[in-house]
Design a protein around this ligand. Structure first.
Ligand SMILES: N[C@@H](CCC(=O)N[C@@H](CS)C(=O)NCC(=O)O)C(=O)O
Length: 223
């Protein structure tokens, strides 16, 4: 049986969702983030040297990196489901979004998380105004315009088809869900971008998504 090393409020939620979509049996090995630093506990390093989630163990294979895990599961267990046929235009789009989610969209969202926390978290009184001024400047000059650029782009892309790779729901939508859920809590994504908002509403209504939430526990993305 597949084991998912699952960190609360993390990217491993989308692996649970993928497994539910495929109707596979799996067990969850749960980990809790350190409430102060938000890092994973050190025990996760015994599973994979980076100590990050998700990691799956399937027989003799230990695999990290959510995009690789989703592609592995689709190839091994999908029997044609959740990934478009090779050498089709949909498959090229599928590949693009699979890589874009972590490679292009997550970096500004992570910067947003870090700089918002610098501005908000307790710190010695004498450095607070300086730290806040630097954080405000980086957000205004770099992070917020980049996030707007990405979200506007994505809103336009969803005008082309209902799902990211085309007319059919695929693992690329599962991969894109995490940054878009993160954008909803930390980057102002709301009903003002109706196609992206509709995407979030559609994925949240999927029975497999809901079952994954029940199995994975509370899912409150960091802000
Ligand atoms: N690109 C990797 C990112 C993995 C990652 O950074 N995971 C976060 C959870 S969302 C994590 O484990 N954070 C805790 C830590 O870094 O200690 C993936 O998509 O799997």
């Amino acid at each position: 049986m597949i084991t998912v090393h699952h960190l609360n409020n993390s990217r491993s939620q989308r692996v649970l969702w993928m497994l539910e979509e495929l109707g596979l049996e799996y067990r969850i090995e749960p980990y809790q983030r350190d409430p102060r630093g938000l890092l994973a506990p050190p025990e996760l390093r015994a599973v994979h040297p980076l100590g990050k989630a998700p990691v799956i163990v399937d027989g003799g294979l230990t695999l990290a990196e959510s995009g690789a895990i989703l592609e592995y599961l689709a190839a091994k267990y999908g029997a044609g489901r959740l990934s478009p046929a090779a050498r089709t235009p949909e498959h090229v789009r599928y590949l693009y979004w699979m890589h874009y989610a972590e490679g292009s969209l997550m970096p500004p969202l992570l910067l947003k998380l870090v700089f918002d926390r610098i501005a908000r978290d307790p710190m010695p009184l004498f450095i607070r105004p300086i730290a806040r001024a630097i954080a405000a400047r980086v957000r205004a000059a770099l992070i917020d315009p980049q996030l707007k650029l990405h979200l506007d782009y994505l809103e336009g892309e969803l005008a082309k088809s209902e799902w990211f790779a085309g007319a059919g729901f695929t693992a690329a939508d599962i991969q894109m869900s995490f940054p878009l859920e993160a954008a909803a809590v930390r980057a102002g994504l709301d009903a003002g971008r109706p196609r992206l908002w509709g995407f979030l509403e559609r994925i949240r209504a999927r029975p497999a998504y809901r079952r994954a939430l029940e199995r994975g526990g509370k899912f409150e993305l960091l802000r």
